[in-house]
Ligand binder design. Structure first.
Ligand SMILES: NC(=O)c1ccc[n+]([C@@H]2O[C@H](COP(=O)([O-])OP(=O)(O)OC[C@H]3O[C@@H](n4cnc5c(N)ncnc54)[C@H](O)[C@@H]3O)[C@@H](O)[C@H]2O)c1
Length: 457
């Protein structure tokens, strides 16, 4: 099939590459010429395990093309995926300007039947706006070309995006019941048939329910995280081990183990903005989503939890103190720094007068770019952050180590070496990577999240 992907970011590039891998002829469009240049010269603009090989293989096979040519992109695909960003607007609602610009481009250039697929995460009712934007453009040039707008939200996880796309838990597709909608359903069924060979994974529904499903999924996951974080903070006070509690409740099949880890807060490009956007949608309909308001507030608070523990241990004035920070990306296996808790911690350390030596296995370049923006108001702050080539180097002469991202590479460090390099053997573990008893036996002062029962005198 001939497919166009509009927006060659995390979702667009993975979708395009994976659909090409299945034999489709895919045209990826982006407005960012830098991104397209990188891809056309054999590079890859993001870190995503397994993606580079798929992109290289399918480019070489002539099934995957990258371009900034809008007219050519519209001419190419019978199916046009919109996978552009939907960042939060000032009021928290999803900013649809990129989605609607993509829709207008399609309307401006299309000459035959198109299935327009909203893959970006968009609020309920967006398909109607996309339909109207295309209709306006067609009317402006007196064209009556037929089309259908479909919702097909994406559930991939950064860091496991290729695997998630190739072996999805579910494929959600919302189509309407018009003749065009029927035609779109046929094309979408054909496109996704390879994913359904083992068993049917597609859930067919109406367009608005499909749009809503994506928000409901992310809101549920964010709720589980904030729920555990709130309980972990109480656990610290009442002398309870939150990890024991996680096992105790996760064993109930109605609850399950996933997404119950206490930590220093969720970040990334999806949970924070999607929770906000759903709250905003509700407010438009005079409903207050009380649970989600709390989920967001708990998470904002949780991003400060490591900073608070450090201040409790070392005092408010951190002048002269130096900290090692392991992990900068918002989660492992990605270089994505959007809303990463590490940014909040570094701001707190620097504001309190400390210096930091930081290390992340893949996010160093992106972290430097993002932190320069974060500290644009005080450029001297960047001189107080040392970017290290390896985790061991970051430890040298630090008063403590703070762990912010649960990279596998941090799970089994050489604790004797760690102790010898740190000025004082103290770990603030924002991801509960280590066992407090083992830390105590090793002679390391350990501060986890919701685990202080083990470290009380
Ligand atoms: N990143 C994830 O893990 C993830 C997972 C599921 C869903 N989503 C959703 O998918 C959407 C895209 O997210 P992302 O992380 O891939 O964003 P991204 O910022 O990585 O990529 C978006 C791309 O769209 C391009 N673009 C903007 N306007 C354009 C236009 N008119 N024509 C062509 N290209 C255009 C941008 O230059 C950018 O490269 C968002 O709605 C997001 O919520 C993201």
């Amino acid at each position: 099939m001939k497919i166009t992907i509009i927006g060659t970011g995390y979702v667009g590039l993975v979708t395009g590459a994976c659909l090409a891998e299945l034999g489709n002829n895919v045209f990826c469009l982006d407005v960012d010429p830098r991104k397209i240049d990188i891809l056309n010269s054999g590079g890859i603009p993001i870190h995503e395990p397994g993606l580079a090989d798929i992109v290289a293989r399918n480019r070489a096979a002539g099934r995957l093309h990258f371009s900034t040519d809008v007219a050519a992109s519209v001419a190419h695909g019978d199916v046009q995926f919109i996978a552009v960003g939907t960042p939060p607007d000032e009021d928290g609602s999803a900013d649809l300007q990129y989605v609607l610009a993509a829709a207008r481009n399609i309307g401006r250039h299309m000459t035959g039947f198109k299935v327009v697929v909203d893959k970006s995460t968009v609020p309920v009712g967006t398909a109607d706006k996309v339909r109207a934007a295309i209709a306006d453009e067609l009317a402006a040039r007196g064209s009556a070309v037929r089309y259908s707008v479909v919702s097909n939200p994406e559930f991939l996880k950064e860091g496991a995006a290729v695997e998630d796309f190739m072996r999805p838990d579910r494929i959600v597709i919302g189509c309407d019941d018009s003749p065009e909608g029927e035609q779109a359903r046929g094309l979408m069924r054909k496109l996704y048939a390879p994913f359904n060979r083992n068993h049917e994974r597609t859930f067919w529904m109406d367009v608005r329910s499909a749009e809503f499903t994506k928000y409901a999924a992310n809101a549920m996951l964010a709720t589980r995280i904030s729920f555990m974080n709130e309980l972990a903070n109480l656990a610290d006070k009442v002398g309870v081990d939150i990890e024991a509690v996680r096992h105790g409740i996760g064993s109930d099949p109605r609850i399950g183990y996933s997404f119950l880890y206490a930590g220093c807060g969720y970040g990334g490009s999806c949970f924070p903005k999607d929770v906000q956007a759903l709250e905003r949608t509700a407010r438009e309909y005079d409903q207050d989503l009380l649970i989600l308001r709390a989920v967001e507030a708990v998470n904002d608070n949780q991003k400060h939890v490591l900073g608070k523990k450090i201040v409790r241990r070392f005092g408010k004035d951190l002048a002269g103190k130096h900290f090692a920070v392991w992990g900068l990306a918002f989660k492992p296996n990605t270089d994505d720094m959007r809303e990463a808790p590490s940014r909040v911690l570094l701001r707190e350390m620097i504001d309190a007068g400390a210096t930091a030596a930081v290390y992340d296995p893949v996010a160093m370049a992106e972290a430097r770019r993002v932190l320069e923006l974060d500290f644009a108001d005080r450029p001297e702050a960047m001189e107080r952050i040392r970017f290290c080539d390896n985790p061991v180097d970051a430890l040298r002469d630090a008063d403590a180590l703070a762990i912010v991202t649960e990279w596998k590479a941090f799970r089994s460090p050489d604790f004797d070496q760690l102790k010898s390099l740190l000025k004082s053997p103290v770990i603030f573990d924002g991801r509960n990577l280590f066992e407090p008893q083992v830390m105590a036996e090793t002679g390391i002062e350990y501060h986890g999240i919701g685990r202080s029962v083990h470290t009380r005198a």
